[in-house]
Design a protein around this ligand. Sequence first.
Ligand code: NAP
Length: 283
Amino acid sequence: MTQIIYGSELSAELKENMRSKVESWVSIGMRTPCLAVILVGDNSASESYVRGKEKACAAVGIKTNTIRLSSSISQEELEKTICDCTKDDTVDGILIQLPLPEGFNEDRAIACIDPQKDVDGLHPLNFGRFFMNQPSFVPCTPLGIMELLNRMECNPKGKHAVVIGRSKLVGTPVARLLQNANATVTICHSHTANLKELTNLADILIVAVGKPKMIDAQYVKEGAYVIDVGVNSVDGHLCGDVDFESVAPKAGAITPVPKGVGPMTICMLLQNTITAYEKRQGL
Ligand code: NAP
């Protein structure tokens, strides 16, 4: 019988633990953890993602300081705002809502974040440390995927994991986490010639492509653990990169879209913010 693993349920449990942790700090007079969110321009999807993050932070007692900037500001003004957050002792985590509007240099903006406040794990220093197996912040979606595998009672050790997608945000870091967990990892991308052959070897299949329902049952080995990272809007409805109806009966365990990876990404952002707070408070 296929397990359907809901990130929405797992994240609610993890958030409850975070909420009581924050409550215990505040009850003894410590300051409230704070996440600064920098939003440039008026993209409606970005606005909605930021609202989701604000709501999740509020639910566990993390304060958010959302800084809304017009898309007409200069790169230098944006960088000054990020540097101000870096210097602000009451700010524990800094998140720049991506993508930035056209004309901004994301890499330069991210490089202005204090690596100790880089709760998205995108600063080159954190990325480098992560790949050198040193303590670092790790991007939130890959962390959430590992929590979902854990909830599936899937130990990656000795398993063959196939990751479709090699982005900085998802594919590349999740492949590294799986490798660190002693899986044998194959990374596929748009130039992979024999995708179906490779995915059929996967005990663990992570799909992060951005193409609606691209992966159907023909791509999936019987009993595989399948994590669908994709978020696509088709005719006003959200769907993943995996054709859930066809794959679910064949998989051993699978995450749905929505209510799968998405809530875990936000949950790991809260976790990273709490970790940043703990480090800064010497806890
Ligand atoms: P991305 O930067 O666009 O990367 C997509 C990857 O898919 C690339 O590595 C690309 O290969 C590969 N690809 C494209 N077409 C392919 C094909 N036909 N066969 C095999 N590989 C192919 O996207 P992303 O940021 O990683 O995001 C992927 C999806 O996850 C999107 O739907 C995004 O919205 C979603 N997402 C969800 C969350 C969440 O919290 N739920 C978080 C982040 C992203 P090349 O490298 O060769 O171009």
